[in-house]
Design a protein. Structure first.
Length: 228
């Protein structure tokens, strides 16, 4: 039996968490980082995919997924956006994979990785083996995440982001920075709405968010074209 994690990043209001009466988050984290190949007795009781934002979660132990997205002038025509993605605090497991939708991501290229046996691109996935403490992996790809709406505005959609094992979803941290300086776009709406556990920041030519959650997270940033 190989314990394998699925980390899915393709390109809302919080719902009630599914509680576990037998294992705490800390106990689940200890199991993630142990050498045991057997799931804990109540692993079926963890979150089943409902989105729940988390307050005051210790960040040091959480899997952190960071995206840098660059919208270029040609992105307004073809929808393809340059993405750089890094994963830190990966779970110590024999095998894991990052899976993308094959029709939305192309030209995946590994930039760096550390503290794992092997990492390689296989089709629309990134495969990893023998992941150890303080593992980190970074990649670059093109993602068809930008689309034009009927009213002439644009939407950048990403997700679902998730940290999944078997039928359970576990806490993770996702941050994103979007660079639109070369496009003349102006950000308007963000979904989900800003709230505890989902912080949105803005500066000239950039917008982004920081989220701590469990379940499945989908995000959408809406833009309009600046008119003179």
């Amino acid at each position: 039996m190989i314990r394998q994690f699925l980390l899915m990043f393709i390109g809302l209001l919080p719902l009630t968490a599914t509680a576990t009466s037998e294992l705490s988050d800390e106990e689940l984290e200890r199991w993630f980082n142990s050498d045991s190949l057997e799931p804990p007795r109540s692993v079926a009781d963890v979150n089943d995919g409902q989105l729940v934002f988390i307050r005051n979660k210790e960040l040091k132990s959480l899997h952190h997924h960071h995206n840098s997205m660059t919208i270029l002038p040609r992105s307004l025509e073809d929808g393809w956006v340059l993405m750089e993605q890094c994963h830190s605090n990966l779970d110590k497991v024999p095998a894991a994979q990052i899976v993308f939708s094959s029709d939305k991501v192309r030209d995946i290229r590994l930039m760096s990785f550390r503290n794992m046996g092997k990492a390689w691109v296989e089709g629309s996935t990134v495969q990893m083996t023998d992941i150890t403490h303080d593992a980190r992996l970074c990649m670059q790809a093109w993602t068809r995440a930008l689309s034009m709406n009927k009213d002439g505005s644009y939407s950048l959609r990403n997700g679902p982001f998730m940290r999944r094992f078997l039928d359970g979803y576990f806490p993770m941290r996702v941050s994103m920075e979007i660079d639109f300086t070369a496009t003349g776009l102006i950000p308007t709406l963000v979904s989900p709405a800003e709230q505890s556990g989902f912080a949105v920041w803005r500066k000239k030519g950039h917008i982004g968010f920081e989220a701590i959650f469990e379940g499945k997270l989908r995000t959408e940033f809406n833009f309009v074209v600046e008119t003179l």
